[in-house]
Structure formats: C-alpha cells, structure tokens
Design a protein around this ligand. Structure first.
Ligand code: ADP
Ligand code: ZN
Length: 293
C-alpha cells in the first residue's frame, strides 16, 4: 500500500511516498513559496503516485478541530500569504482519499512511536530544536489536542545567570524558542550554530534552557520517552549536558529509574533520524486510512 506524506515546513516542503511499514520509497523537496504555488507542486508530485492515503504534518499554528469550519487551516502564522490559509480543504478538493492532518511535531511524535525511538510505546514527546522550537505530544496512544495544540516551544524559562541576550521570539522575547532555537544561538554568539566548537559556553547555556523545559514537561505530562530532533540537536554532545540539567532540575523527585540510571535511554535522538518528520506524515496518512475503514 502506498501512502503519501507531506512535511509542510515554513522554509521548505518535503513530499514523499512510503508504505505501511514506514519505508520511504521516494521524496522531493522544494522551497515554501506562496500557498497556491506550493500546493500546486504538491498536487503535481502526487498526481501519478497511486497513493491510497495522504498525511500532512504542517508548520503552525494550525486548526486541528474537526468540528470547526476552519479545520485544516494554517491560522495565525505571520508567514506572508499563509495566514488563515485553508491547506487541508484545498487538498481535499483534489485528493478523494483519507487525509491525515496534524502539526509537524505531532506527526514526528507519532512516527517515532510507530517506527522509531519510542516504537510500541503509548507515550512520548518529540521536540524539534531548529529554526523554531516545537513539541509534539503522544499520550495514552493518542496525539494530544486541546484548546488548539501544544505550543511547548514558547514556555517561559528562567534566565541563565551569564546570559544577557534579549531573546529572539517576536511574541515573548526570552521564551524557550527565543533563547534556544538556532537563530537565537546565532544572534547571541554571532556565529553559525554548526560552527561553534564543542567547548564553547553556548552549549552549556543551550542545555540549561532545554533542560528546564524538559523537566517541566516531565512533571506535567509524565512522558515515557523524550525525543530531541531538529538541526541544533545534530550537536550530539548536547545530549549528556541536557540529561545532566534534567536530573539536576528534578532533583530525585520523580519516582522512576527512567530519569535517573536510565536517562541515557530516556532522552534520545530520533530513531528515524532526519526522516522523523516525513515518516511521521506517513504515519498520519496510515492512521487516517485505518480510521476510514
Ligand atoms: P527547520 O527547523 O527549519 O525545519 P532545522 O531543524 O534544520 O530546520 O533547523 C535549522 C536551524 O538549526 C538553523 O537555524 C541552524 O542554526 C541550526 N542548525 C542546523 N544544523 C546545525 C548543526 N549541525 N549544529 C547546530 N545547529 C545547527
Ligand atoms: Zn515565544
């Protein structure tokens, strides 16, 4: 069975075809432009692909309330042309197959729970730390939705004592995203994040912020695994620094070996690597197909 997948990002779209085992058989990528042009490229790609379902993991914020007249819209993004744009309704006009729709990070969480680092588990969090910070929540076997969807990239953080940087979030300044996403790191230090040496103080500061957010998420949601992806997490030396901060913040309070001796297997990179997003969209498509049977 062939399943289409769209990883709809603010800077690029990745489209691919996979199967029910999560294998990616083909993919293309193109820059995100005006929505009409971008969706026309999506439609053209899938036209001859014989897909039986399509999953779309989208940049946000998006409307995921099936009862809403604006279900499937990208909502309050400042991205030119995309504000209140009906992405899913436009695709529905073309594709008469089950369509799955969720945030890019919820999709990645589902992909990791289906085929990746949390395979077989009913609970995980997926963080992306890249151009922005986003969090997908898979809890009790379901992707978490609520008032809107989790926006864990914008939680407030306590400042690092040596940090005078104002923060890069246009809404909150020094929220987690403002302090820890790639653009904030680069503006604070005046160097590309990929070029900062491992012993640079930037990384201890980065782990300080991420470690706070993770400790709060553990206390609030009690996830069984935390997966950290996105460009910044290519710096694998961040993992031990983050685990140390989490342990320090929790200070032995949470009664589980997972956050103590087992922490190396608890806070981990994506099992699906950089395919977490696209595989996650395949998982969304598969779920939509199964729900339609
Ligand atoms: P996006 O979030 O747009 O989907 P990425 O997850 O690739 O894309 O994140 C891009 C950001 O990640 C950039 O702002 C850059 O600062 C940072 N980044 C990319 N590669 C690395 C790297 N090897 N080390 C540290 N930071 C990186
Ligand atoms: Zn913010």
């Amino acid at each position: 069975m062939l399943i289409g997948a769209v990883e709809a990002g603010g800077t690029k779209f990745v489209c691919g075809v996979g199967n029910e085992n999560g294998e990616i058989l083909d993919r293309v990528s193109f820059p995100t432009e005006q929505p009409e042009k971008t969706l026309a490229q999506v439609v053209a790609y899938f036209k001859d692909k014989q897909i039986e379902a399509l999953g779309i993991g989208s940049f946000g914020p998006i409307n995921i309330d099936r009862e809403s007249s604006e279900y499937g819209y990208v909502t309050t993004t400042p991205k030119p042309g995309w504000t209140n744009y009906p992405v899913l309704p436009e695709l529905k006009k073309i594709f008469n197959i089950p369509l799955g729709w969720d945030t890019d990070v919820n999709a990645a969480a589902l992909g990791e729970a289906t085929w990746g680092a949390a395979k077989g588990s009913d609970s995980c969090l997926y963080y992306t730390i890249g151009t922005g910070v986003g969090v997908g929540v898979f809890a009790e076997g379901k992707l978490l939705h609520g008032l809107v969807h989790p926006e864990g990239g914008h939680v407030l953080t306590r400042r690092h004592p040596n940090d005078t940087y104002a923060g890069k979030c246009p809404y909150h300044g020094d929220c987690l995203e403002g302090m820890a996403a790639g653009p904030g790191i680069e503006e604070r230090w005046g160097v590309k994040a990929s070029e900062l040496p491992q012993d640079h103080p930037a990384w201890e500061m980065e782990a300080f912020y991420i470690g706070q957010a993770l400790a709060s998420a553990i206390l609030l949601l009690s996830p069984k695994k935390i997966i950290l992806g996105g460009g910044v997490m290519h710096q694998l030396h961040l993992f031990p620094l983050i685990r140390e901060q989490v342990r320090k913040n929790l200070n032995g309070y949470v009664a589980s070996a997972a956050v103590e001796a087992g922490i190396d297997d608890y806070i981990v990179p994506p099992g699906l690597g950089d395919n977490a997003g696209l595989s996650g969209s395949i998982a969304l498509g598969l779920k939509a197909y199964q729900e339609a049977q």
